[in-house]
Design a protein around this ligand. Structure first.
Ligand SMILES: NC(=O)C1=CN([C@@H]2O[C@H](COP(=O)(O)OP(=O)(O)OC[C@H]3O[C@@H](n4cnc5c(N)ncnc54)[C@H](OP(=O)(O)O)[C@@H]3O)[C@@H](O)[C@H]2O)C=CC1
Ligand SMILES: O=C1OC[C@@H](O)[C@H](O)[C@H]1O
Length: 381
């Protein structure tokens, strides 16, 4: 195994907490004998908050307590600015867990300081920002990846195996949804789901998940030959209080799959059914993916028995849990493996696929009426 990968963590919010804890879990519990992660720096907008985060990691419960006991936090510094993490010589790669509108600024600063970057979803606010980051990564020969963790989960590989084997026949129709009630009315104006200045609304926060299922099952289907879909229509309903989108819908058509249509939806004010997140209707049966869209652990193959068609006769349940971590360690392992091989981008989460999804979001925003419609990014700044 190569040397441990030395992480710097930018921000101390909800997801940075989950990610950092997962770095401290035992890779053996997820059968990853070839990786090793250590955390060398925490960056927050204030020293007390960085220190509090470090203290929390140092006293984390199982399974994240493994790292503390095994030296993964040794020499970790609590910095009162993000810049100090970018400049820290003990850091190889920076994880960015800030609100959406800061992703471009933070990633650019880290790359310009010579660090590899794993940045939370959605990668950027618009295509121009993303193009600029990719150009910098290429020029400086640095690794760059959008942290779409679901791509690396055991269930994603299992679902692709079933669909790509052809045993369900051709895919005919697709729908995927992320609906959850964020109780926006009860949140302060500054909440990242409410505030347009932080990239609020359902599209940018929740949209990566219906998108990941469409990308991994349809776009990456061998018969599709990586042909990008057309966006047939888009719609957004607006939250009057702050003018962000309460829900978004967009309909894709995949010419490479004979015109399969995919309806993608997000809602931040409506609870979905809570059982299912995506449905893929195929010739021989349907494949239904359990909730939640970010980390389902089960899927079902459902025969067309009632309609007396299809060759599959039994409904079957398939369980593929995340093991020994909360689901974010797999993407960290991908970063380790890519860097060990000297790669600048991941084949499982390539730049071009981030760009396809970014293109959908740009179109949905431009065709909608939210405050984010004409919002300028920070590219070039
Ligand atoms: N992969 C996944 O499952 C998930 C991903 N996410 C993504 O992670 C990112 C952050 O989400 P989440 O952790 O829920 O957000 P939080 O609001 O919990 O945390 C965001 C952090 O960003 C830092 N920050 C810097 N500037 C600001 C600002 N102006 N306002 C607020 N915070 C600021 C703060 O850290 P500090 O004060 O230390 O600088 C803050 O704690 C988003 O991109 C989101 O889409 C979110 C949830 C799940
Ligand atoms: O990425 C995410 O997944 C889980 C959701 O609760 C969260 O809002 C979103 O950012």
């Amino acid at each position: 195994m190569s040397k441990p990968l030395r992480w710097g963590i930018i921000s101390t919010g909800g997801i940075a907490t989950n990610f950092a804890k997962d770095l401290l879990t035992d890779p053996a519990n997820r059968s990853a004998s070839d990786v090793s992660h250590v955390i060398k720096a925490i960056g927050s907008r204030s020293v007390p908050s960085a220190q509090k985060f470090l203290d929390m990691l140092s006293s984390a419960d199982a399974p994240a307590d493994w790292g503390g006991k095994n030296g993964s936090l040794d020499g970790c510094k609590a910095h009162g600015s993000y810049e100090e993490v970018y400049a820290d010589p003990n850091v190889d790669v920076v994880y960015i867990g800030t609100p959406h509108t800061l992703h471009h600024r933070n990633t650019k600063d880290a790359l310009l300081a010579g660090k590899h970057v794993l940045c939370e979803k959605p990668f950027t606010l618009n295509m121009e920002e993303l193009d600029e980051l990719i150009a910098i990564a290429k020029e400086k020969k640095l690794f760059l990846m959008e942290a779409v963790w679901t791509r690396f989960h055991p269930i994603m590989y299992a679902i692709q195996d079933v669909l790509f084997s052809g045993k369900l026949g051709k895919i005919k129709r697709f729908q995927a949804d992320f609906s959850m009630n964020f109780n926006a009315d009860k949140q302060p104006d500054s909440h990242r789901m409410v505030d347009p200045a932080l990239g609020g609304g359902s599209l940018l926060d929740m949209g990566p998940y219906p998108s990941v299922w469409a990308m991994m099952t349809l776009f990456n289907h061998p018969s599709n030959n990586k042909t990008p879909p057309n966006v047939l229509f888009t719609h957004q309903t607006i939250y009057k209080r702050s003018n962000v989108d309460l829900n978004s819908r967009w309909l894709l058509e995949f010419p490479g799959l004979g015109g399969v249509q995919a309806l993608l939806t997000t809602d931040m004010a409506t609870l979905g059914c809570g059982e299912m997140t995506a449905l893929i209707d195929c010739e021989e049966a349907s494949l239904a993916i359990a909730w939640g869209p970010f980390k389902p652990e089960k899927f079902w193959i459902i025969p067309h028995i009632a309609r007396k068609s299809g060759s599959i006769t039994e409904k079957t349940e398939h369980s593929h849990p995340v093991v020994g971590n909360s689901g974010m360690a797999y993407e960290a392992d991908e970063v380790f493996r890519c860097l060990a091989k000297g790669k600048l981008e991941s084949e499982r989460m390539p730049w071009d696929e981030s760009k396809i999804v970014q293109g959908w979001f740009d179109q949905v925003r431009k065709e909608g009426t939210s405050a984010l419609k004409d919002m300028k990014g920070t590219e070039g700044q």
